[in-house]
Ligand binder design. Structure first.
Ligand code: F6P
Length: 316
């Protein structure tokens, strides 16, 4: 009987709870003993590890966030703490590890493997969708749907008051959330870090539209662009001549009831990851692209910045 543990690291996403549920149910089905590591690598260092039961995961499939907590651990970057983490795993005879997180979390995992040979499988989980080698990261669909609902609501007030709304989306240096939102929310402007822009080039067009009766603008800006969202709003007031407001969507983008797509992806990611570990795969990340699920090495996943889909980018 083998022991297997799971942890969540970095920014949480909606889809982690459905993944935890599948993890407990599928590992038990396979004759493994599942463990939860609470609060990411911090819990691994502090020995906050407990055997997981069916009751731990009942009633969580519809909840965003993660029942076992997440964290960004600075201590795990230090060798002495990784040694303690390994000792904690040894005490519980855990030699298989699954990590839900982003590329930063996977880098730490890679070092851990090199030092202590703990077999792992990473599951890409970040609303930023910035992990090289996979077209889908857990949580994206829920995040996009939360953004969609928020923008639909903002549109109601924008049209009533005749204003420009500058809506800031998350994503760090990746403009994925902003770009998809722009293409699916009918916004007038989209600014992302991947594409250089010049506000002046929009001035005449927007002014003419206002003169012809346009009542409002929706502008989607990604948090990673070179300017502050307030500067974009000021530009609307000063150069386009329309009252404007900034709306920073913030952390609502990370929460909410997981969509059907994220629940299903959680189910499949975990199932493939458990199978891979049982088949002897030692250090991989499960990825998803148009050909389906496949496994990639940490090097490939973490060494390059993910590029935005060229076709989507060409629509900007
Ligand atoms: O990486 C996920 C993410 O939500 C980013 O989009 C955002 O920049 C960051 O985390 C916010 O981090 P925190 O929750 O620490 O404020």
């Amino acid at each position: 009987m083998k022991n297997i543990a799971i942890l969540c690291s970095g920014g949480d996403v909606s889809g982690m709870n459905p993944a935890l549920k599948r993890f407990v149910e599928y590992t038990k089905e396979k004759g493994l003993t599942p463990f939860f590591i609470y609060d990411g690598y911090e819990g691994l260092i502090d020995n906050n590890i407990k055997e997981a039961s069916y009751s731990d995961v009942s009633g969580i499939i519809n909840r965003g966030g993660t029942k076992i907590g997440s964290a960004r651990s600075k201590r795990f970057m230090q060798k002495k703490y990784r040694k303690i983490a390994k000792e904690n795993l040894n005490t519980l005879a855990i030699d298989l590890l699954m990590v839900l997180g982003g590329d930063g979390s996977f880098r730490g995992l890679d070092t851990f493997y090199k030092e202590h040979k703990v077999k792992f499988c990473g599951i890409p989980s970040t609303i930023d969708n910035d992990i090289n080698g996979t077209d889908y990261c857990l949580g994206i669909d829920t995040s996009l749907n939360i953004i969609k609902t928020s923008i639909d609501a903002i549109r109601d007030t924008a049209s009533s008051f005749s204003r420009a709304f500058v809506i800031e989306t998350m994503g760090r240096d990746c403009g994925y959330l902003a770009l998809i939102t722009h293409l699916t929310s009918g916004s007038e402007l989209c600014l992302i870090p991947e594409k250089e822009y010049n506000l002046k080039s929009y001035e005449n067009k927007f002014k003419t539209e206002v003169a012809n009766g346009r009542r409002y603008f929706i502008a989607i800006v990604s948090e990673g662009i070179r300017q502050d969202s307030q500067e974009i709003a000021d530009w609307f007031e000063e150069k386009v001549g329309i009252e404007s407001r900034v709306s920073v969507l913030g952390h609502i983008q990370r929460g909410g009831n997981p969509t059907v797509k994220d629940r299903l992806m959680a189910y499949k990611f975990v199932t493939h990851a458990v199978d891979a570990l049982l088949d002897g795969k030692e250090e991989s990340v499960i990825c998803y692209d148009r050909f389906g699920f496949n496994f990639k090495g940490i090097e490939e996943v973490t060494s390059k910045t993910k590029e935005l889909d060229r076709e989507l980018l060409s629509y900007l």
